[in-house]
Design a protein around this ligand. Structure first.
Ligand code: ZN
Length: 232
């Protein structure tokens, strides 16, 4: 892989890396060069390079002048923002175009796991804790997701407290990302782990109901077919 003028860009593995879009292609200068058409490359052309994180060295002061979103440190030019490296060949300035959009980690149709944090008359509030297929990535804090009473199951819900309990662990599908609406009407979706409303003990599935092994309280939920398995 050819790198121009020895630009050496390394993405360091660090916790902050999890906060940027892992789906984003980590472009490198060599890959961009392959796409460039040398005949059209003029002296004042701008070139885009790698995706970098704050603190990443992106060049040296011998090669470049420090441009926007960069700082100099002991002969190195480093990024002050997460974004894409831009090189201006005319004035030899290297800068970073900040990445401003929130990484689209969650998407419509994703299956999520979360905990019930509140029950309203027609809403269940859920704090999302994980996403199917996503293991090594932090879930962005999207605020509470909502299961509307009409999206709990394919049947009339008379009393929402018979379908979900506070602190229950639930599996649900995202149906509306903008408003963080979830749906549990599929058989696989619903409560994965329920806690007794009287003594907070994890309840055991017994037929279509849940039984508290401590105080023998019997409760109902919109139970997932994966209840008690932990399968997301
Ligand atoms: Zn109990």
């Amino acid at each position: 892989m050819k790198t121009k003028r020895g630009i050496n860009i390394k993405l360091k593995k660090r916790s902050v890396l999890r906060k940027v879009n892992r789906n984003r292609e980590v472009a490198d200068v060599g890959a961009v060069d392959n796409q460039a058409q040398p005949a059209q490359e003029s002296a004042d052309s701008e070139r885009l390079g790698a995706f970098v994180l704050p603190g990443d060295p992106i060049g040296t002061t011998e090669e470049f002048r420090a441009g926007a979103q960069t700082y100099e440190n002991a002969g190195s030019i480093c990024a002050t923002a997460a974004g894409t490296v831009k090189i201006n060949n005319k004035d030899r300035t290297i800068s970073v175009i900040p990445s401003t959009s929130t990484p689209p980690v969650l998407k419509r149709g994703d299956v999520v796991i979360g905990q019930v944090t509140g029950l309203r008359e027609s809403l269940v509030l859920v704090a999302i804790a994980g996403v199917r297929g996503v293991i090594d990535r932090e879930i962005p804090d999207v605020g509470p997701a909502v299961i509307h009473v009409s999206n709990i199951k394919n049947a009339y819900v008379k009393d929402i407290s018979r379908e979900f309990g506070l602190f229950d662990i639930v599996k649900a599908r995202i149906t509306d990302l903008k408003n963080m609406r979830l749906d549990t009407s599929e058989p696989e979706m619903g409560v994965m782990k329920a806690f007794c409303s009287r003594c907070r003990t994890a309840m055991t599935k017994n037929g279509s109901k849940l039984v508290c092994p401590e105080c023998k309280q019997v409760e109902t939920r919109k139970i997932s077919t994966d209840y008690g398995t932990g399968i997301i």
